[in-house]
Design a protein around this ligand. Structure first.
Ligand SMILES: [Mn+2]
Length: 420
């Protein structure tokens, strides 16, 4: 077999509107709106400089079913660039961009192969006479695909490296709606007779290698779009040797980074110490992001004497404004989105709880709420209609329980600081 390499990417979400809950400056918002496109540009350059044979896009190339024209035009121009360098492209569509020919406003160049939703066949990539790899995949024909697509990949008769592309949910993947569910053993054993060497998956926005031999891989999204998608985002460059050994290297292609920083304020006794610590943390982030713009959220935690002075919202907003003013002119930018105070009082809650006054009563009440699963499920029930709302979910994770307990901690600290 001939050695070769390819890029595995997924979840580009081109045309994302970036209606983020994050508080952004207008210039920052502008850069963000372009970030998914810039990430695709990076990916294209990487494919060319790495001399890969082909690129895989495992679904959700476009953010919206109606796929805006700009997103399609930009994708097309990058695919043409790949074609000019002799690089083939394989695509499956996902829940965000299901196959719907009415949504296709532009034609892709002939180096692109889009797998249909049914009746798929293996596509062979050859070098001269010899087959190098065979690729197969299944697209979503509608947003809500509830069936297991893994079993629909046909048997492969070609004796070469076999890659199957799916937009799917392997096992439990928190934060992701379980479209096209399957189990890991479906991919490794049950359909093992089809002998797929590499399952090129999409849907989960975080890089995950679920198995080696066969390889079961989510590359994650190419560009974070909120603090829920913080940290490095990119693609995998996969090198396959002549004896089918696989070497995967993650390459960052994101244009803007999202980063939460937690600072333990436990030892601090003044607000200036907090500011100094924030500056140190910002320097660290600056060194980690490889010259990218970055959006930062600062979380102050720990039991601290400064919990009380920090409890005043005007103090946090003054600190934030000071940071933003100092950083605004930097290029690439560092945008401090917010400073969030999760510090707790140094008051000995255990002792204070036993006192028979109002504060003691509040502490006892807060404790019983936190430990009462019935209380949490009552709150969840009450909020159930809201949890179905997409915009509300931007503000809280899929399960309310951890969020609720941190809200209770926050309320408890706030009350203690006010009452003591
Ligand atoms: Mn996606």
């Amino acid at each position: 077999m001939v050695k070769f390499s390819f890029i595995h990417a997924a979840d580009l979400h081109l045309g994302s509107p970036f209606r983020s809950s994050a508080r952004l400056d207008t210039d920052v918002a502008q850069v963000l709106r372009r970030s998914c496109y810039r990430a695709l540009d990076q990916l294209t350059s990487l494919a060319i400089s790495e001399h890969v044979r082909f690129v895989l896009f495992s679904g959700d190339i476009f953010d919206a079913k109606e796929r805006n024209l700009k997103a399609q035009l930009h994708f097309r121009s990058c695919m043409k660039e790949l074609r000019d360098h002799g690089i083939q492209v394989f695509v499956v569509h996902g829940n965000h961009d299901p196959l719907d020919h009415a949504a296709n406003m532009v034609d892709l160049p002939d180096n692109c192969h889009i797998f249909p939703a049914r009746g798929v066949t293996w596509q062979v990539v050859s070098q001269g006479e010899s087959p190098v790899a065979a690729v197969c995949g299944i697209s979503f024909d509608k947003s809500h695909v509830e069936k297991n697509l893994a079993g629909m990949i046909p048997d492969c008769d070609h004796d070469c490296f076999r890659i199957a592309m799916l937009h799917c949910t392997v096992g439990q993947q928190s934060g992701h709606y379980p479209y096209a569910p399957c189990t890991l053993s479906d991919l490794t054993d049950r359909y093992g007779k089809r002998r797929v060497d590499y399952w090129a998956l999409g849907h989960v926005h975080e890089m995950k290698i679920l198995c080696h031999e066969p390889h079961v891989v989510y590359p994650g999204t190419v560009q974070g779009r909120s603090f829920a998608e913080q940290g490095k985002k990119g693609v995998l460059v996969v090198k396959v040797s002549a004896d089918r050994q696989v070497d995967m290297v993650f390459h960052e292609v994101d244009h803007v980074r999202w980063q939460e920083i937690e600072i333990d304020a436990g030892a601090f006794t003044s607000l200036s110490e907090v500011m100094d610590a924030i500056w140190v943390a910002i320097e660290q982030v600056r060194n980690q992001v490889g010259g990218r713009p970055v959006i930062v959220r600062i979380l102050l935690t720990g039991r601290s004497e400064i919990s009380r002075p920090l409890g005043r919202s005007d103090r946090l907003s003054d600190m934030l404004e000071e940071l933003q003013d100092a950083l605004v002119a930097e290029n690439p930018f560092i945008w401090i989105e917010s400073i969030r105070n999760f510090t707790r009082t140094t008051i000995d809650v255990e002792t204070r709880k036993r006192v028979g006054d109002l504060v003691g009563m509040i502490l006892r009440e807060a404790e019983s709420m936190k430990e009462d699963p019935e209380f949490i499920s009552r709150v969840e029930e009450t909020l159930a209609p809201l949890l179905g709302n997409k915009r509300f979910r931007q503000y809280c994770r899929e399960s309310f329980a951890p969020e609720l307990s941190s809200l209770l901690d926050e309320a408890e600290t706030l009350l203690l600081n006010r009452l003591e």
